[in-house]
Design a protein around this ligand. Sequence first.
Ligand SMILES: [Fe+2]
Ligand SMILES: [Fe+2]
Length: 208
Amino acid sequence: MKVKSLMMLFVSFIVMSVFNYAAKPPADEATIKNIKAAITGESTASAKYAAYAKKAKEEGYNKIALLFEAASKSESIHAGNHRAALEQLGVTMEKVTPKFEVKSTKENLEDAVKGESYEVSTMYPNFIKTANKNKVNIALISFNYAFQTEKKHKVLYQHALQALNEGKENNLASKYMVCSTCGNTYDGEAPARCGISMTPRDRFVTIE
Ligand SMILES: [Fe+2]
Ligand SMILES: [Fe+2]
């Protein structure tokens, strides 16, 4: 009898735990919404920069094309990280359809500076603040990787725009290295370890 009661107690405990786990709402609705917005933003940026790279090549700006290609790769890494974070929180992402317009390379660079500036000054600081407040660690890591990288993208695009305006496109880098962990982007050779995620250089992607 005693064994039977213990068995019953054990079974109810398992049933209750499974029910509790299944019924548990997502940890933090605001952060989940932010991760989804970040996936949409990064997926769109990746597709957009790939299209801008093609356009730059058509216009004969091969070095600016390289920068767009490197940034496109980087944004796809951010999108992948954000997706992984969302999966860890047990949430599925809806299909993303990137919407953007390809103009002249000069206008595309201006658009890129604008996009990166928004991410650096508004979007990621807000997302990080919320994830930090609600202690969603996986989102914090993913947001931070993107935030630190976008700061560098902003500067790289500003330099490229200046070079284009001054007819000095040839002075731009002819090689970029992108960290496969965090998307960190170096114009030229990467250091032995990524400055953001400590990833060894042999796990970087080279664009040249
Ligand atoms: Fe970026
Ligand atoms: Fe990294």
